[in-house]
Ligand binder design. Structure first.
Ligand code: URA
Length: 194
């Protein structure tokens, strides 16, 4: 078993916090283990919990669409994970202590996958990974460096579904990701729209 599979087996059995008691499935993450881009969301919603896969509901559809326009997909370029691996009840935000308890799993995923670029989807990912006091509206669209990784914070897809006006700035953020990908990973990367 490789390191990622081994970690997945461990997380699947996790009972470190109360979220484990109500879950249908652990949502470990998915994508290419060789991905150079890692997208990090908040935590599973209803459909993710049912299916054990990240971003399979409405916001996942939008995420796949955005990635597609950038010329990226889950099987080749991107690995997708969340700050917490079990669904918070009623889709509430994960509590700070739930984030902290689950974080070592995400850190291990990052260490194993070694992506070049991290895309943080929304405030929970930003607060959970980088700084609990950081504001997504202030730092989105700017490159951060965290543990040597290039990090692009942007809005969560569900925020884009709630507020159409955020789509334009989010698109600008993803264009920066494509530019950085060409710079650092593949200068010939093709995308139809940017
Ligand atoms: N929202 C998230 O943050 N993560 C998912 O996996 C699904 C919806």
């Amino acid at each position: 078993m490789d390191a990622l599979e081994q970690l997945k087996a461990e997380v699947t059995e996790c009972t470190r916090c109360a979220l484990s008691q109500k879950r249908t499935n652990v949502v470990f993450g998915e994508g290419s283990p060789n991905a150079k881009i890692m997208c990090i969301g908040e935590g599973p919603g209803y459909y993710e919990d049912q299916m054990g896969r990240p971003f399979v509901g409405k916001s996942g559809e939008l995420l796949d669409k955005i990635l597609g326009v950038c010329g990226f997909n889950r099987t080749e370029h991107v690995y997708i994970a969340n700050i917490v691996k079990c669904r918070p009840p009623e889709n509430r935000d994960p509590l700070p202590e739930e984030r902290t308890t689950c974080l070592p799993y995400l850190l291990k995923q990052i260490e194993i996958i070694q992506p070049t670029i991290l895309v943080l989807l929304g405030a929970t990912a930003l607060k959970g990974l980088i700084d609990p006091s950081a504001k997504i509206t202030q730092v989105r669209g700017t490159w951060l460096i965290w543990n040597g990784y290039k990090v692009m914070p942007t809005f969560h897809p569900s925020a884009l579904l709630r507020n159409e006006q955020l789509k334009r700035p989010a698109w600008e953020d993803f264009k920066k990701v494509v530019t950085k990908y060409r710079e650092l990973v593949n200068s010939n990367h093709f995308s139809a729209h940017c």
